[in-house]
Design a protein around this ligand. Structure first.
Ligand code: NAD
Ligand code: UD1
Length: 349
């Protein structure tokens, strides 16, 4: 068990993708740990309103640099202009289906962008990194709960970009013993800030379950399609480890604070609750929290889906002193507050 000091010095942190869903919540938690946050985001999947609202909630300023990580020169200039003590790297494209159709865009943006970031960090002596990875790297696991030593089997281009970025960071740590990194593998982030001011705002038809449920409940879509009712699970529907985005955001502050005191040569940590929840269990919890009906129909399984995935989150507890505290009821209540206050997302801000 790593002993984590209570004394945390304020750091200046570059947050790539900080205008996005998880990034905006994480900026608030980093600020709550007294860190100074600078956001780098090209806004390809985010609204500047998210930053303005996160600043209001955090009662501090986050400078937003509208920069594209694919622009190596612009990234170098950011590091030339100011000194960062650490980077939290969220910026990436994340839609699995789109990555199958446009794989090169995913490698260019996610892998290419990360190369530029790591090069700029190396050139300017910034040696602490927290990286957003995904449970997608486990593919269809042999058994659950999944721990960090489970075999890595990516099944789509998005997942391959995550694994390549993890490998790049592991190799960077191997080449430079002073470079310290924590790789966070998220399970299924859902929910919103309890204020209802910031939340998930997908463009187009949501790919993921919780935003789809929210849009049905608010009347933007008619009916949820449940992908498969014959999985070998508690009620035949897929089981996942949903984690409240504020818990997830807190984990980034824990990881940054840990890197201040301890060296980590690419330590990977699962971020989940350790609890599996089925599609229908989530639908019922959402109906309870929102007081709205969520009509659904059971349809064919989605290609590439798996029956049951949930985390063994013990290592995160040991290494960064973090564990999830919010349950499914809070996830649904907060997701609904965000959706009902912002039925069309940030467009109505
Ligand atoms: P998001 O799309 O809301 O946030 C990503 C942000 O990165 C956006 O604001 C986007 O504008 C920015 N961005 C993308 N490419 C960029 C580039 N080239 N230069 C600068 N900015 C760029 O997504 P999110 O849900 O907040 O996810 C954040 C990270 O977490 C991603 O790396 C994602 O792969 C990972 N992740 C997300 C989930 C999930 O379910 N949401 C699960 C596992 C891992
Ligand atoms: C998705 C991503 C994966 C990412 C993970 C964590 C896809 C294909 N995969 O997987 O890369 O790591 O999130 O964020 O996007 N479901 C329905 N109806 C819907 C949507 C989903 O029944 O309209 C079901 C799915 O079959 C699954 C569960 O709900 O059983 C969760 O689906 P989703 O939210 O897409 O997450 P993952 O499948 O875990």
């Amino acid at each position: 068990m790593t002993i984590i000091s209570n004394k945390i010095n304020a750091m200046k942190i570059l947050v790539t993708g900080g205008a996005g869903y998880i990034g905006s919540h994480s900026c608030i938690e980093l600020a709550a740990s007294n860190h100074q946050v600078v956001i780098l985001d090209n806004l390809c999947n985010a609204s500047p309103f998210s930053v303005a609202r996160a600043e209001k909630l955090a009662e501090t300023r986050f400078r937003l640099l509208q920069v594209d990580l694919r622009d190596a020169q612009a990234v170098h200039q950011v590091f030339e202009r100011e000194r960062f003590d650490a980077v939290v790297h969220f910026a990436a494209l994340k839609a699995v289906g789109e990555s199958v159709e446009q794989p090169l865009d995913y490698f260019d943006n996610n892998v290419g962008g990360s190369i530029h970031l790591l090069q700029a960090m190396r050139a300017h002596g910034c040696k602490r990194l927290v990286f957003s990875s995904s449970a997608t790297v486990y593919g269809n696991p042999d058994s659950v709960p999944v721990n960090e030593d489970a075999p890595l089997r990516v099944t789509n281009p998005y997942g391959r970009t995550k694994l390549m970025m993890e490998d790049m960071i592991r190799d960077t740590c191997a080449a430079d013993p002073e470079f310290s990194a924590i790789l966070l593998r998220y399970f299924n982030p859902v929910g919103a800030h309890p204020s209802g001011e910031i939340g998930e705002d997908p463009r187009g038809i949501p790919n993921n379950l919780m935003p789809y449920i929210c849009q049905v409940a608010v009347g933007r879509r008619e009916c949820l399609s449940v992908f498969g009712g014959d999985w070998p699970t508690v009620d035949g529907t897929g089981v996942r480890d949903y984690i409240h985005v504020v818990d997830l955001a807190r984990a980034h502050a824990h990881a940054i604070n840990t890197l201040e005191h301890a060296h980590h040569a690419a330590t990977t940590l699962n971020l989940g609750t350790g609890q599996g929840v089925s599609v229908l269990q989530l639908v019922r919890a959402f109906e309870q929290a929102s007081g709205r009906k969520v009509p659904y129909e059971i349809v064919a399984r989605r290609a590439g889906d798996v029956a049951e995935v949930y985390a063994d989150p013990q290592r995160a507890r040991d290494v960064i002193g973090w564990q999830a505290t919010r349950g499914v009821d809070a996830m649904c209540a907060d997701a609904w507050r965000w959706q009902s206050q912002n039925p069309d997302g940030y467009i109505s801000a």
